[in-house]
Design a protein around this ligand. Sequence first.
Ligand code: ATP
Ligand code: MG
Length: 546
Amino acid sequence: MSKKKKPVDPMRGGKRPMPRGWPGMAGGYSTYLQAPAEWRGTTVQVCGMWPFAAGTGSPMVGVPIGRNILSGATMCCDPISWFMRAKLISNPSVFVLGKPGLGKSTIIRRMALGLAGYGVMPLVLGDLKPDYKDLIEALGGQVIQLGRGRGHLNVLDPGESRKAALRLTGSARQAIQADAHGRRSTMVSALISIMRSAPPTDREETIIDEALKVLDERHDGTPVLRDLLKVVQEAPDRVRDVALDRGSMERYRQITEGLEASLIGLVGGGRLGEIFSEQTDHPMAMDRPVVFDVSNIDDSETSLQAAVLLACWSYGFGAVAVSQALADAGLEPRRHYFVILDELWRVLRAGRGLVDRVDALTRLNRQRGVGMAMISHTMSDLLALEHPEDRMKAKGFVERSGMVICGGLPRAEMENLTAVVPLSGEEQNMLIGWQDPPAWDPATGEEAAPPGRGNFLVKVGGRPGIPVHVALTSVEREINDTNKLWKTGADGRPLKVEIGDDGTEEVVEEYTFDDPTMLPPPDPSTRLAPPPDPATRIVAKAGVEE
Ligand SMILES: Nc1ncnc2c1ncn2[C@@H]1O[C@H](COP(=O)(O)OP(=O)(O)OP(=O)(O)O)[C@@H](O)[C@H]1O
Ligand SMILES: [Mg+2]
């Protein structure tokens, strides 16, 4: 093979140019090599620029999340698209970890919004802040209020499963009945665990299980906890048999005394209020986005928060299981759901054995287009549980997630985290850097936004993480502004409406879809590039971002 000759200039005595041009006067030598401006567009738009177009290094399947912090490339990601379309992850679930206030709920909100655009229904099973209520309202979804004096959720309500069972046959019917039964007994046991801060005994669980079966046979309509208590007090033979009272009523009373006391506590209001003991006020709609707004429960009521979250999870997952079973049997259209479990740590901390309950209630057939997002703060939160078996199982939630998204985390967290999610030294430093405290803004004297807010590292197994910054669009920024409302005008264009104190609405702004104010702020990585000529500008049409 002949060696390729380097260019020589006959005018300059056959000399070669240096890598940056000809040295000397008028040679065009460049001391500073400016990086060329980068532009992004769809393959349709940039095909004419071949061979100067390069593919992005980040996956482009799913909800546009933001820009890759290192390369500035658009990054798309959501558990359902990455599992079903891109086949990048082994199951459609995501676990988000990060210090408070760095944007964990916000990134999941973005995914929910994007997935809603793909026809996936977001189900927010318990919104404590509220972080998601406005979004679900804006999407035309159902908002279910729960709290003391603000609505009830009957934990013995089999929901749609009873009706569904009538439409199904054979093993599908048995499966749906068994699922509904299992959920109800798990939920009663979980409420008792939270009341007592200790799980019920094996014998008590068996009694609950049998009493529920008796209740189903005897009771017309939907039973409530009071009816369950009545069955335990009435001591039918089947319940006495499993209680092993050996034919002595006195012994039965002794055995069931603790259980009866706990049930009376649940029925009578007690620490957990009357939320669970009355009939459900608003059944969940399965054909639109849903949020359970539990934000009026005070943060000091930790047990009640945990119990309500758990009840919402049980109810929501039960409803999804029914919808899946009906779709499997071809009786209903297949609907896809994105289930969001925020503030996981609150439930896990509420009592011993709750990790198991969460596991039981949130198990689903994940192959069928139901994605799940779990959000917690740190691994230490999960590993601070008192009992080793709970700790191991809580760790399993992270291990089993298809992808793990980490925001800023303290250095002390790294040992625990790397045991579950392999992170290189560089990745660890990045996460530690993102949790630095915010600076004081000398101009306003106020605290600036935390430097790591909106920055996340997307990790899938042992692959290198993808660092991404979530930039909010103006629509997203204002969706949480409770004085403003986004509406669709008569011609389909977005309108911004301001709501007065007396509830009157006034249109303050009208937008068109290509209005620059609808776009996120410009990409900081191209800040140094000269402003482009709008006439020749290539704009990615597919993403949320410019
Ligand atoms: N990418 C972002 N750009 C600008 N602001 C953001 C971004 N992400 C979050 N924020 C703002 O930061 C605040 C905290 O965000 P968020 O509630 O999502 O945090 P979090 O991690 O869920 O907090 P917590 O752990 O307390 O639930 C919110 O006011 C939100 O609007
Ligand atoms: Mg949050």
